[in-house]
Design a protein around this ligand. Structure first.
Ligand code: DAH
Length: 346
């Protein structure tokens, strides 16, 4: 019987070594340690053995049982570790793989240009301010010396907005130029004033290669005691040098705007032909980039300032024109078409 036990033990342990799955473990346990196992049968039959044999066989059977239980525990432990290692291997994240590139947006070319212009003026001590796009007739026209029947209104086809107040209808519009903010600033801020006003403006016009019903302007306004035309020219020369380059020639000529006196226009030498004359500059060699002038005394008065004490200068330019001139773009509408193939180039 002792020999039987010994054989049983080595058979069981032998089988145990080839097990590699938890389910096989359970059937092994039932087979060798279960209620119906050979070992249990031997242990139960001990009572029928003669006393001296009973002792030896009993001790041996208990040892075998302990060894098998021990083997089972070790095997279970080994299986658990194997499983853990396998799942760690399977679920491993390879952190050496490159990530998915995130598409990064960029600023619109018009916005880039606005930032550039604003920062040039900011470095000369100008503040950047904004005003409403839906505006009273008063600020866009009346207070800027453009009364009802004034011909200057014809040059700015206006988009009107119906607006009723308690006292009746008051004319509102989509501002046709950022100059509309000038009076608002004079009303609210005491001089010295040095501001640039970037923003959207609207005109009732069909789109074509050089017109869109909405576009960007930037206006400037300086008011203080003793401001002269020399300040205007110096400031705008400096701007042109910084924006277009040191060697680009700049020209001032007389022009008329109702809200300035005298009025002027500034042109730069054509970038395409270098002044010789080409299609871009209409064979003149020059490209107008802004209107300007000394703030009209009546406009100062409309803004609540005394023209005997204060003088000022103002200027205004279309922002879309600048990247057009710089990059030789032949259609303004491209800026507002949201075509990424175009926009990604800037
Ligand atoms: N507001 C004018 C326009 O839209 C441009 C302009 C001219 C603005 C002269 C000014 C200025 O401030 O002084 O055509």
């Amino acid at each position: 019987m002792l020999q039987q036990l010994e054989q049983l033990k080595s058979k069981a342990l032998q089988e145990l070594t080839s097990i590699n799955h938890p389910e096989q473990m359970e059937s092994w346990r039932v087979r060798y340690l279960g209620k119906k196992s050979e070992l249990t049968r031997i242990l139960r039959s001990l009572a029928t053995l003669p006393v001296d044999e009973r002792k030896a066989v009993g001790a041996q059977a208990n040892r075998v049982k302990a060894d098998l239980a021990d083997g089972l525990r070790q095997k279970e432990q080994a299986l658990r570790e194997m499983q853990l290692a396998a799942s760690a291997q399977e679920e491993r994240i390879d952190i050496t793989l490159p990530g998915h590139p995130f598409p990064i947006g960029r600023l619109h070319p018009i916005t880039q240009t606005l930032h550039e212009i604003c920062s040039i003026f900011a470095s000369m001590g100008f503040q950047v301010v904004e005003g409403p796009e839906v505006e009273w007739d008063h600020y866009n026209f009346e207070a800027l010396n453009i009364p009802k029947e004034h011909p200057a209104r014809d040059t700015m086809a206006t988009l009107w907005v119906d607006f009723k107040t308690d006292s009746g209808q008051r004319p509102m519009l989509l501002r046709t130029h950022t100059t509309s903010v000038d009076i608002r600033i004079m009303e609210t801020t005491p001089p010295p004033l040095r501001v640039v006003i970037p923003g959207k403006v609207y005109r009732y016009e069909a789109s074509d290669a050089t017109h869109t019903p909405m576009f960007y302007q930037i206006d400037g306004l300086v008011v203080d005691e003793g401001i002269t035309m020399a300040d205007l020219k110096g400031t705008l020369y400096e701007f042109a040098r910084r924006f277009f380059g040191e060697d680009r020639k700049v020209r001032f000529r007389c022009d008329y705007f109702p809200f300035v006196e005298p009025g002027a226009e500034m042109a730069i030498e054509c970038s395409v032909c270098g002044g010789k004359g080409c299609r871009l500059c209409n064979y003149t060699g020059w490209i107008e980039i802004l209107g300007a002038g000394m703030t009209h005394p009546q406009v100062l008065r409309n803004g609540g300032l005394d023209p005997q004490v204060y003088t000022g200068f103002a200027f205004g330019m279309g922002v879309d024109r600048l990247p057009i001139l710089r990059y030789g773009i032949d259609d303004t509408r491209l800026f507002y078409s949201s075509d990424l193939r175009f926009l990604r180039q800037f």
